[in-house]
Design a protein around this ligand. Structure first.
Ligand SMILES: NC(=O)c1ccc[n+]([C@@H]2O[C@H](COP(=O)([O-])OP(=O)(O)OC[C@H]3O[C@@H](n4cnc5c(N)ncnc54)[C@H](OP(=O)(O)O)[C@@H]3O)[C@@H](O)[C@H]2O)c1
Length: 234
């Protein structure tokens, strides 16, 4: 794999993914809104930038040309299907055989077997309702987006992030198939390591058609239940 594209490259996760991808020697295309391009000044000509909304099909088609890996930040902004529009544009435009990695939160489920902490259920219900009321965020659109991805026969991985914190990398997070598995109980990952996992997934075929829920490898629950964790080599 030589050239990859990061959709939503100007956000916090996107910029961390760009750093990791460049340090691994990938050529990097990126898509961000025009008003956010300035956030990427420090990358200079080390990345090739395509400006536009991430649900713009012509922008995505141009940005994905020549890429065999795509890292997509699914962000459910507004009430006009931004996340599902982004997912659909990527699924339809990526080259056959491209590895497609998507980011989202723990609240989406692949098989309905996740057991959510009460705090997370309350947050999703209250924040989701308020955000939709103010037309700021449609949290259910991330669910529509990931349902579309799960139904696709593309080579996808959906990485489900826990709560995030800033800080130095601790290395690749560990993962488990279902929220509620004891190894995930700490519910905390460094944002840079979420990005590291996304980039790692590009070349780990064991993650194809998986929706790993991740947690920091040094978190208390990961250490306590290390035997049950899926760990990938650091
Ligand atoms: N934050 C958390 O605690 C958390 C926890 C678990 C999972 N996640 C997942 O991690 C990923 C990134 O989350 P993050 O919190 O770290 O945020 P982030 O990386 O800063 O990403 C937010 C993205 O949304 C875009 N965006 C912001 N406002 C927008 C608007 N009004 N219209 C369109 N796009 C807009 C940003 O683009 P611009 O640069 O153009 O603003 C950026 O690409 C998401 O998939 C999220 O579901 C986050």
């Amino acid at each position: 794999m030589k050239r990859i594209c990061i959709i939503g490259i100007s956000g916090k996760l996107g910029q961390y993914m760009a750093e990791h991808a460049l340090s691994l020697g990938y050529e990097v295309n990126g898509v961000c809104r025009p008003e956010s391009a300035h956030k990427l000044a420090r990358f200079g000509d080390r990345i090739t930038l395509f400006t536009g909304r991430t649900d713009s099909r012509p922008t995505i088609a141009r940005a994905l040309r020549g890429c065999d890996g795509v890292l997509t930040v699914l962000a459910p902004w507004g009430v006009n299907n931004y996340a599902s529009g982004t997912a659909s544009a990527v699924l339809d435009s990526a080259a056959p055989g491209a590895r497609l990695i998507f980011s989202c939160g723990w609240h989406i489920t692949r098989d309905g077997k996740d057991k959510y902490p009460v705090k997370l259920k309350a947050f999703v219900a209250i924040f989701g309702a308020l955000a939709r009321l103010f037309r700021a965020v449609d949290i259910k659109d991330q669910i529509r987006a990931t349902d579309m991805i799960f139904a696709s026969d593309r080579l996808w991985t959906v990485v489900r992030g826990s709560d995030l914190e800033e800080g130095e990398s601790e290395g690749l997070p560990v993962w488990s198939r279902h929220v509620g598995d004891p190894v995930l109980a700490s519910n905390l990952t460094r944002r840079t390591d979420f990005a590291l996992f996304m980039v790692h997934a590009l070349t780990d075929d064991r993650l194809i058609h998986e929706a790993p829920a991740i947690v920091g490898r040094n978190s208390a629950s990961a250490k306590r239940h290390s035997a049950q964790a899926h760990a990938v080599p650091a």
